[in-house]
Write a protein that binds this ligand. Structure first.
Ligand SMILES: *Cc1c(COP(=O)(O)O)cnc(C)c1O
Length: 369
């Protein structure tokens, strides 16, 4: 990826390796790693991340069909789990050799029917159990029925059984989480005992690995935001490396005289003379309008420059009164994990949303080492 863009996300693949190794060091050497690369690889580039990690992890996961197709089209060969397939996606799931998470009897039957129609044998599927998140998955009362459906055919084979923790990052919910883990063990044991093969199991996401590696790493873990340097807890994040840096430049500098205003609705009124820089990135690019009027900030020449007035669709204006800079100078819009976490807090959200909100209008560029 050549960089001839002014506003871009710089992706540091070496930092990804560092973070991957950090999480590996928390796990048994035999535990498989699934890298979650949904939502454009948490706003970076699913294709670049997947190409880079293909021989370092065992599995990839995406949320939706099209994300899996994009990886196959980019030449990714290792197994790809589609976390949320829908009935209408089944034919393409098979055509692109993607592996579905099966979370309802309806989709299980539809998938088997399609696989039979295509004369397929042993197509890998993954059975999802709901153990408390109440989002997707089978429950205890489905076990007998789905095991029967599966044992009466050979078109699909259960490769893994999994579940997802509701509050893996929140140690105040430890009791609930331990109960979820216990439920998963019971459900999966019962289900697996009714199958002719022994699928592997997985339950932990990034914070799950940090907090429950001892109790619930099973045979695989699903690592998402951790690869990008976020541990969902300050101490862990501090041990990780930042992957995504959002950069832009100053397109124009203005001197605003006392009494003048800046931006839409004249939201900023100058009490004294101020100097502003206009940056070519706005709310259409993922800079939340909630960061308007001093809540958000960027870095210019290593100094904080706060957003002045309202965030526009394609631009922000920042206060550079005390910064020595010129038009064309580099602007660091998202510096690192801590900067992103501060912005997340200021806009009432979490780092995941800040990362994934970066629009596709912004180019992704690999960091030159
Ligand atoms: C997104 C997702 C993950 C990854 O979670 P992180 O907190 O980013 O590690 C794992 N499992 C499932 C089912 C997910 O939807």
């Amino acid at each position: 990826m050549e960089n001839n863009h002014v506003t871009f996300v710089e992706i540091d693949l070496k930092a990804i390796d560092f973070n991957l190794n950090f999480f590996k060091s928390k796990l048994n050497p035999k535990t498989k790693i699934l890298a979650v690369v949904k939502a454009f690889g948490y706003g970076s580039s699913s294709v670049e991340i997947a190409k880079h990690l293909e021989h370092k992890v065992n599995y990839f996961a995406v949320a939706y069909l099209d994300e899996g197709i994009a990886l196959r089209k980019a030449g990714i060969k290792i197994p790809i789990l589609v976390l949320h397939p829908l009935k209408v996606n089944i034919e393409k799931i098979i055509a692109y050799n993607l592996e579905p998470s099966i979370y309802s009897t309806k989709i299980l039957k539809a998938f088997i029917d399609k696989a039979k129609e295509l004369n397929i044998e042993n197509y890998p599927i993954h059975i999802k159990f709901n153990t408390g998140l109440n989002r997707l998955g089978f429950s205890e009362k489905n076990i007998i029925e789905i095991a029967k459906i599966i044992s009466e055919q050979t078109a699909v084979k259960v490769t893994s059984v999994f579940s997802h923790i509701a509050a893996s990052e929140d140690l105040n919910e430890r009791k609930f989480t331990i109960q979820q883990i216990k439920n998963f063990k019971e459900l999966s044991n019962k289900f697996i005992s009714l199958l002719s093969n022994t699928p592997f199991r997985h339950m932990l996401n990034t914070s799950g690995i940090i907090n429950y590696a001892k109790e619930a790493q099973f045979e695989m873990v699903r690592l998402g935001i951790g690869l990008h340097g976020f541990g969902n807890e300050h101490n862990i994040t501090a041990e990780l490396k930042n992957v995504n840096t959002l950069k832009s430049i100053i397109s124009q500098i203005h001197i605003i005289e006392k009494g003048e205003t800046v931006g839409y609705n004249r939201a900023f009124k100058a009490a004294t003379t101020v100097k502003t820089a206009t940056i070519p990135i706005g709310h259409a690019d993922g800079i939340s309008r909630q960061l308007s009027n001093g809540k958000g900030f960027v870095y210019i020449n290593n100094k904080k420059a706060v957003i002045i007035g309202n965030v526009c669709m394609d631009m922000i204006m920042v206060n550079i009164s005390n910064i020595d800079c010129e038009e064309g100078d580099e602007v660091i819009v998202y510096k690192d994990q801590f900067h992103i976490e501060e912005l997340a807090k200021a806009s009432n959200t979490i780092s995941y949303e800040i990362l994934t909100a970066i629009s596709q209008r912004i180019k992704r560029v690999l960091k030159k080492s």
